[in-house]
Design a protein around this ligand. Structure first.
Ligand SMILES: Cc1cc2nc3c(=O)[nH]c(=O)nc-3n(C[C@H](O)[C@H](O)[C@H](O)COP(=O)(O)OP(=O)(O)OC[C@H]3O[C@@H](n4cnc5c(N)ncnc54)[C@H](O)[C@@H]3O)c2cc1C
Length: 324
């Protein structure tokens, strides 16, 4: 029997979508391991997420309600998460591979002497061990790894797991006696750029543009198509480096890793470093004038042609279809 603890991220009293996905796989692991599903959330609005956590099958939500935990800060979160893992006696610890999760998991692993599988796309409990499937070599191959430590930690790639509530009732809240204490680093401010755009990490549809767009003004077509589809905008590193688009739109090895339902790559060659950030998307559409471009090797649907001919009528047709 092994209990599961899912480390959740809560914003304004609500679980982030990536945390709902982590809870869903956590519930399946708990069922397979014959243990219970518990969760940890921190910050002043964490306890408000109890009802929602309960609807995902969580038995106990461990809460560290200190306002010092409202925004992600490595030192505080690592200390509080370690406290929660020890309080819950979890053998399996799962969190999402968000910016916070990617930073937290290895720190927590080091503190607990636990093995960590990062950015996993599949998880199972087999022969008393946590088994994870994860991309390696920039997504060129997948490795299946087993974690022999107790606890075993995994971070889940966003959108790789469905988020399915069971409709169960509210869970119990256990307030942890954790306090911030002395820390070497103090979070002074968080500056979030104001945007009305769909978040790249959570988007169901991502439309990305590359150097084939020729110049910065033409990125407006990527915005138009993404907007028409209700999706987020992405970019290759080439146009980020050229200053056309901010880095937070970059998809790839040194940018964001996304797994949307639909990824549309426009004027992007498909270098391995770009593929590392999007090849686990459910459906991939590529538009490129070079029929030999590597992006077509991962595309489910490829359009060989000039994006300047293809995009304007495509955007118009989608807008018309959406208007009906
Ligand atoms: C350590 C390292 C890390 C990296 N990290 C990343 C990363 O995170 N993300 C990333 O994207 N890259 C990354 N790169 C860069 C990567 O190797 C490529 O250089 C980059 O992805 C290329 O961007 P691109 O496809 O937009 O440009 P190009 O390779 O120049 O491709 C442009 C494409 O547009 C097509 N095209 C041109 N005109 C048209 C038209 N009119 N209609 C249709 N198609 C057209 C061309 O056929 C071509 O395929 C990294 C590189 C290194 C070394």
């Amino acid at each position: 029997m092994a209990d599961v603890l899912v480390i959740c991220e809560v914003k304004d009293g609500k679980l982030k979508k990536s945390s709902r996905e982590a809870l869903t796989i956590g519930r399946q692991l708990a069922a397979a391991a014959g243990g219970s599903l518990n969760a940890f959330a921190c910050g002043s609005s964490a306890a408000a997420a109890a009802a929602e956590a309960g609807s995902f099958g969580v038995a106990t939500l461990h809460v560290a309600g200190d306002a010092a935990l409202d925004a992600y800060a490595s030192e505080h979160w690592t200390s509080a998460a370690k406290f929660a893992v020890e309080a819950s006696s979890a053998a399996i610890v799962v969190m999402s591979a968000t910016s916070a999760g990617r930073d937290l998991a290895p720190r927590l692993g080091a503190r607990l002497g636990a093995g960590v599988a990062s950015d996993v796309v599949a998880l199972e409990w087999a022969d008393g061990k946590l088994r994870a499937r994860r991309p390696v070599y920039s997504g060129k191959a997948f490795a299946t790894v087993e974690i022999g430590s107790n606890p075993a930690i995994a971070t889940c790639r966003a959108n790789a797991f469905p988020a399915e509530a069971t409709g169960a009732g509210a869970c119990e809240v256990s307030n942890l006696a954790w306090s911030a204490g002395d820390t070497k680093a103090k979070l002074v401010a968080v500056n979030v750029p104001e945007t009305t755009e769909v978040s790249l990490a959570d988007a169901d549809v991502v439309v990305s543009g590359g150097r084939g767009l020729k110049e910065t003004a033409n990125y407006a077509m990527i915005h138009d198509l993404a907007h028409a589809l209700g999706g987020a905008t992405g970019a290759s590193r080439a146009i980020v480096d050229d200053g056309w688009v901010d880095h937070h739109h970059q998809v790839g090895q040194t940018g964001r890793v996304v797994s949307p339902n639909l990824y549309i790559a426009i004027g992007i060659s498909g270098a391995i470093q770009h593929l590392a950030g999007m090849s686990s998307s459910k459906h991939i559409v590529a538009i490129n004038k070079d029929g030999e471009a590597p992006i077509f090797r991962v595309a489910d649907l490829g359009v060989v042609g000039d994006l300047f001919q293809i995009l304007p009528p495509l955007i118009e047709e989608i807008k018309k279809a959406k208007a009906h």
